[in-house]
Design a protein around this ligand. Structure first.
Ligand SMILES: [Fe+2]
Length: 450
């Protein structure tokens, strides 16, 4: 096949995902044919070398021109379809990160360094006391660490509506924590997370009252979150899809650093989907990140496709290094004959037994990129990751794409007036279809929005 035909066959493949607003992204290798590399050179808008936690995931090229709209289908209809099928939604260049919050955004570069120091989180929160008090106060006793390997610090926060009134409504179990994204010495990726109650067990809490307190606390500490939470386009789209007012909670500030990022995971919680967390809104504020993002259904299909290649004898070195024993490979091939079984495995923490496949670079990463599932996010880009439960949620894997750690915010989406969840079991329900149990019990997400 001629090189230009080869590139066109990848970019125009009928089953390729087309995220409205995105530029097409393809993978390539330095030892690809010179003519093919020249075709990429002629169209390359940006290139990214993906390296995460010591694994080389290969090269991506983001191509010009941006994808043309699908003729005859209004863009909002395409976005709605993506929402309801758990596919990522990109709102390219939606936000000007300097509009009104230039100082705050600039200060977050320093905050990344400050949070690494002992007591850095408490010092940051103390510096916000003039905004927080008198309703929000930092508790003197330090909070315990949930993940001894990665967590750095937890600060407990109390809230009271009327400080002078002993009978006033109050909440004593709000918290903010800081932690590394991985336990690798060479990974500087950090996060700062706002939530309440018991970490893990209460992640899926439907207590709107306390979620509202987290919304307020996070937006006082990180006022730039309003760039997305008050954005009429973001709010308008979400409310049109959900048919209810929405609000944002359980904010996470991220610094994805070179060589770091997040492994494949989803942000679904162990709960009935109706009335639960509806997804996550991610805003890149500085630097850039590369993403593999697709619905769990699409990822299931791609894993099955990859298994077929391996079974046909392609990529023999992947088969040899991933499956030491022939029985393990035979089990994998058997599993990939069952769509539901693969989807269920992918929903488990770390993608269960398929973690080694979906984290495999550069071969699996390359397959996903060439199938239209790679995106590059820059300052001002918003990515919405829908969640309708384990069977219909956006899976994602994140890489740093800038030379410096980039700063980003991730906000959980909730309905203001959520309908009550259906009972645990109701007539006609197949009990085997319940969410997969996690290792640490109910309420823990697959990776806790890493
Ligand atoms: Fe996530």
């Amino acid at each position: 096949m001629a090189p230009d035909d080869l590139l066109a066959s990848i970019v125009d493949a009928p089953d390729r995902d087309r995220c409205p607003g995105a530029r097409p992204v393809v993978s390539y290798r330095d030892d690809d044919e010179a003519d093919y590399l020249s075709m990429i050179d002629a169209r390359a808008h940006e290139r990214v070398h993906l390296v995460r936690r010591g694994i080389d995931h290969g090269w991506l090229a983001e191509l010009d021109p941006p994808l043309a709209p699908i003729p005859g289908v209004p863009e909002n209809a395409q976005l709605a379809q993506r929402w309801h099928t758990g596919r990522p939604i990109l709102l390219r260049g939606l936000v000007d990160p300097r509009a009104g919050f230039a100082e705050e955004v600039a200060a977050r570069r320093r905050l990344h360094d400050e949070l690494k120091e002992p007591g850095g989180l408490r010092r940051f929160l103390k510096a916000q006391r003039s905004d927080l008090e008198p309703n929000y106060t930092l508790q003197a006793r330090p909070g315990s660490l949930y993940d001894e390997e990665r967590d750095l610090e937890r600060v407990l926060v109390s809230w009271v509506l009327r400080p002078e009134d002993p009978r006033s409504p109050r909440a004593k179990d709000l918290w903010v924590k800081s932690g590394w994204l991985s336990d690798r010495e060479d990974d500087e990726s950090l996060r700062m997370r706002f939530s309440f109650g018991r970490e893990g067990a209460d992640d899926a809490s439907r207590d709107v009252r306390r979620h509202r307190r987290i919304e307020e606390l996070a937006e006082m500490c990180l006022p730039e979150a309003a760039l997305v939470s008050d954005h009429p386009r973001v709010v308008g789209l979400l409310e049109s899809w959900l048919g209810d007012e929405v609000f944002f909670t359980q904010h996470i500030a991220y610094w994805n650093a070179p060589g770091g990022g997040a492994l494949f995971h989803h942000d679904a919680l162990d709960e009935r989907a109706i009335g639960g967390q509806k997804g996550v809104c991610y805003l890149q504020l500085t630097g850039s990140t590369a993403w593999l993002a697709l619905s769990i259904e699409d990822l299931t299909r791609r894993v099955i496709e990859f298994a077929e290649y391996l079974a046909e004898g392609e990529l023999a070195w992947v088969r040899e290094s991933t499956f030491r024993k022939p029985e393990a490979f035979a089990q994998f091939i058997k599993m990939t004959g069952n769509f539901k079984r693969v989807r269920r495995e992918l929903a488990k923490p770390g993608c269960g037994r398929l973690g080694r496949i979906v984290g495999r670079g550069p071969e699996f990463t390359s397959l996903l990129a060439d199938a239209g599932h790679a995106l590059i996010l820059r300052a001002g880009d918003v990515l919405i990751l829908p969640n309708h439960g384990y069977d219909c949620t956006a899976m994602h894997s994140v890489f740093c794409a800038s030379e410096e750690p980039g700063y980003a915010l991730s906000l959980a989406i909730r309905e203001s007036n959520p309908p009550p969840p259906p009972p645990e079991e109701y007539p006609g329900e197949d009990p085997s279809e319940g969410p997969p149990r996690t290792r640490r019990g109910r309420g823990r997400s697959s990776r806790g929005r890493d």
